[in-house]
Design a protein around this ligand. Sequence first.
Ligand SMILES: [Zn+2]
Length: 300
Amino acid sequence: MDLTRVRKQPLLMAVLIGIILLALFGTVLGKRAKPLPSEPVPEIAVEQPVQSVQPVQPVQPAVAAIKSHTVGEGETLSGIAEAYHIDVDTLLGANPEAGATLYPGDQLVVLPQKGVLHTVTGGDTLWRVSSIYNVEIAAILAANAKHGEGLAIGEKLFVPGGKPVAVDLPSAPASRASVSRFGWPASGEISSPFGSRWGRMHSGIDIANDIGTPVTAALAGRVTYAGWYGGYGYALMIAHGNGYSTLYGHLSAISVSAGQYVRTGQQIALMGSTGYSTGPHLHFEVRKDGQPLDPMNFLP
Ligand SMILES: [Zn+2]
């Protein structure tokens, strides 16, 4: 009886040990067997956290890319716009205070792309700004790194793709949208057009009016000549950049001097009949690289 008990117990122990060993062996086998088919898994698992650690490039708001340009001598709006790969409208729209004038040393706001810099006024909402320029609210929000928060009066909003609204530019002549921004150099009647007449080439237009009628700069620029100029009598020449210049002839008085910068519409002289002239008028020329062009193609 006692013997069977003693003999049974080690047998039970042995069976138990055997089961434990088998279990251990099984798990070891299982552990060894599993990594073989799934070896690529740990590799991906190692790479994934590296990818998520890489910083996500924050979207640069357009407002941060707005630059300032200092106007240099002889520079034109079209030249500056071209240099920044935007159009003249965009440049004009961002600089309404610049008006028709462009002086060396002027600071111009240069937008990162075609669009409008809208200054928020009282009553402006995102919806209103969106409808003014016909640009989606989401695009405006994204360009300004905004998330729908309210607008502050005086805040500048970049409206990507927005076109300047004519109402915002009250001082602008009708032709402002084009590169040409000429104004009439004098009031009066066109007594002689540009072109050949009786075998003679008329290199400008004649605007007839009384002696003493104000003569104004057709476009902002630098006076390159002021004085007697042969058959033109007392004459003025203004350089506008990009090879463009204007000439004003038969003047009775000149009120600017060579080297001086003049604004569009600034009075520069008085109409007269000096030089080869048959009556009081202004002889007005537009030249590109010295070649006379029909001024009517430039005047509003
Ligand atoms: Zn003439």
